[in-house]
Design a binder for this molecule. Structure first.
Ligand SMILES: *Cc1c(COP(=O)(O)O)cnc(C)c1O
Length: 378
């Protein structure tokens, strides 16, 4: 196709990342350890207000280590956000524990406190709750944390998509017993691949660092009393991360402008709603999404197809975990009172992730908008 590709969310580099990478090369720190890894950890900790941080090979590795640190294992139940990427809950299964999925509420699309309450009635002693901030909109943290605290259950906060989003003025990722971030290629900032585990509790972060470096005991010879992992971040990639941190606030500002541009452009189409924000927080607007009104005959596939014709990338909403073949035997708690379907399945069926690449031009945005308006006969 000779039409220019318009992306959903691709890496945005500014040049200064290369300066730090050059520094890593010049000092020959080409290893999963080094001064850039240390500096990147400090920057994330300083930015988020997390007390302790450890840089890892990915967000999934961070969630896996969080699961290990909380001692989750065979026979344990873990309550997981249903509407998310599978990496949020797969680590529960790596450790032979059983995920139980919690539906979304319609106000933020995140974990429903009501459905969470229902899950606690049936399973009073889960080992943890994994809470996600979908597409960068903070979940109802006060409600969810109050429930977790009442049941003395720790929360893992999967902030892979929400770095720089805040809830009541505090950074997402710092509310949970353990928080995790991702720097995968399409996230708000990227190191091509990478992640971070943060916690108020230094013990957790020290243990995560130990497990991530093959669990070497402090001895001169290679001695191991635990099974470890090769989960550390490369110093070269951490150098990219230091560079990207300079632009994190700019990225969020541009993402917000994209969201506002779509909101205004579709304001006269009652069949289109944008993905919700949380009035108690400030999203990072990682992905802008639309939701087609109930009863409207237009499907997300139709919009995707029309965008495809113009070489514009869009993406379905994450398919909820209770609908995934691999998780079909897992229990699920719906937000809906009557047990008739679920909010997450509704969002999946009627929603669509829109191009949210901060390099898209005004003309790109106009084209995307006119294609979508066209599908709605505008
Ligand atoms: C991207 C993502 C992850 C996984 O992070 P990786 O760095 O790709 O391993 C986990 N959870 C959510 C919600 C994500 O969007």
């Amino acid at each position: 196709m000779d039409k220019k590709r318009i992306y959903l969310a691709s890496p945005t580099m500014h040049g200064w990342e290369q300066e730090y990478v050059k520094e890593a090369f010049d000092t020959n720190w080409i290893a999963p350890v080094g001064p850039h890894v240390d500096a990147f950890e400090k920057e994330i900790a300083a930015y988020t207000g997390a007390k302790n941080a450890v840089a890892l090979s990915g967000g999934t590795a961070a969630i896996h280590l969080a699961v290990k640190l909380l001692g989750i294992g065979e026979g344990d139940i873990v309550f997981c956000t249903a509407l998310t990427f599978a990496a949020s809950c797969n680590p529960v299964v790596y450790e032979k524990a059983t995920p139980v999925f919690i539906d979304s509420e319609p106000d933020t699309w995140n974990m429903s406190p009501q459905a969470l309450e229902k899950a606690f009635e049936k399973y009073p002693h889960p080992k943890a709750v994994i809470c996600v901030h979908l597409y960068g909109t903070p979940a109802k943290l006060d409600e969810i944390m109050a429930i977790c605290e009442a049941h003395h259950v720790p929360m893992i906060e999967d902030a892979a998509e929400s770095l720089s989003a805040t809830y009541k003025g505090r950074q997402t990722g710092t509310f949970g017993e353990i928080g995790t971030y991702s720097f995968n290629g399409n996230k708000i900032i990227t190191t091509s691949g990478g992640g971070m585990l943060v916690s108020e509790n230094k013990d957790y972060v020290d243990k995560a660092r130990f497990l991530a470096t093959q669990a070497r005991d402090p001895a001169r010879h290679y001695q191991h009393s635990r099974i470890g992992y090769n989960y550390r971040m490369s110093n070269v990639l951490a150098a990219i991360g230091i560079g990207q941190m300079k632009s994190l606030d700019l990225h969020r500002k541009l993402k917000k402008e994209i969201y506002e541009t779509y909101s205004e452009a579709f304001a006269d189409i009652p069949e289109i709603a944008m993905n919700p924000l949380n009035p108690d927080g400030e999203a990072n607007y990682w992905l802008s999404c639309l939701l087609i009104a109930e009863g409207c005959p237009i499907t997300p596939e139709q919009i995707m197809h029309a965008l495809d014709q113009e070489n514009i990338e869009s993406r379905p909403i994450w398919k909820p975990m209770q609908l995934q073949p691999v998780y079909e035997n897992c229990d699920f708690f719906s937000h809906k009172e009557d047990g008739d379907g679920s909010v997450s399945a509704d969002i999946f069926e009627r929603g669509l992730c829109l191009p949210s690449d901060i390099k898209n031009t005004k003309e790109d945005m106009e084209l995307i908008i006119s294609v979508i308006r066209g599908v709605f006969g505008k």
